[in-house]
Design a protein around this ligand. Structure first.
Ligand SMILES: [Mn+2]
Length: 283
């Protein structure tokens, strides 16, 4: 049941889901939010500024997609989890919670990983129950969303040895025998590389624009929209316009000057990352 709800099956039938791949609607507004990492203030700003709640309550076609990394780093991880889960429960067909490397499979836990300590200090004896439920939630989150013909949304990077869209949709079932899920959650784009190289993160890979281009063509998308990397201005367009990185939180430990979220009109023709960067809201 949890799995069904978090993968996005919805009462209002707006979201189609295959395995861990959410198929985004072809019309309406798409709001995309990058890493929040325990920054409740930025999350609440985005909700207010985008008027998501008013629009969703009024039945407008709006889809709010988070690119993962809800907890850790910032001091309000439990509160951020509460808000994003509440959004999903209240608007199951209009909210997509993607999985990041901070919602990891058990063999790929990031360091530092301070969520358990934050839960302990907030909930005392009940912390283990809260943590257990959050771990269940992580397993239920989808790893990618596709706006067909336009955008591929995921947390880290494209699986470099992908043969078909199925490799993304069922990446969680093939983990850890195949590295698809690890690369989706952990990889980073590189500007000059051809092919792939080991990542300094110790998980995932660095991938060049040739890899991005091939994967986007295979899945039928123009631009990759991802989070995962801190960006000083909140948004970075790279790889010749193939890759957009969003970072939607502020404060320690990154101290970026701005955070950003993205607004897309899904009816409009597909845009490259440079065009998308101009329609982000920076704050
Ligand atoms: Mn990340």
């Amino acid at each position: 049941m949890l799995e069904e709800r978090m993968r996005g099956c919805s009462k209002d039938g707006l979201l189609k889901v295959e395995g861990g791949l959410v198929r985004l609607p072809s019309r309406g507004e798409l709001l995309v939010v990058g890493d929040i990492h325990g920054d409740l203030e930025s999350l609440l700003f985005i909700l207010k500024d985008s008027r998501f709640l008013e629009k969703a309550e009024a039945g407008e076609k709006v889809t709010l997609t988070f690119l993962g990394d809800y907890g850790d780093r910032g001091s309000s991880s439990p509160e951020v989890y509460y808000v994003v889960c509440r959004l999903k429960v209240d608007f199951p067909g209009r909210v997509v919670l993607l999985r990041g490397n901070h919602e990891p499979p058990g063999d790929l836990t990031p360091v530092p990983y301070d969520l358990p300590y934050q839960l302990h200090s907030k909930y005392e004896k009940a912390w283990e129950e809260a943590y257990g439920r959050i771990l269940e939630l992580h397993e239920a989150l989808p790893q990618a969303a596709l706006a067909e013909g336009k955008y591929l949304l995921l947390h880290g990077g494209v699986p470099s040895r992908l043969k078909s869209l199925e490799d993304i949709a069922y990446a969680h079932e093939k983990h850890p025998a195949e590295s698809f899920l690890e690369e989706i959650l952990w990889s980073d784009p590189d500007e000059r590389l051809t092919g792939v190289a080991p990542s300094p993160r110790g998980a995932g890979l660095l991938f060049g624009p040739d890899v991005t281009g091939r994967v986007l063509e295979t899945v039928g998308a123009r631009t990759l929209i991802r989070g995962h990397e801190p960006v000083d201005s909140g948004v970075h367009a790279g790889q010749g316009g193939l890759t957009l990185t969003l970072f939607s939180r502020k404060g320690p430990p990154y101290f970026n000057s701005h955070a950003a979220y993205l607004k897309i009109a899904l009816e409009e023709p597909a845009k490259n990352a440079y065009q998308l960067a101009r329609q982000t809201v920076k704050f």
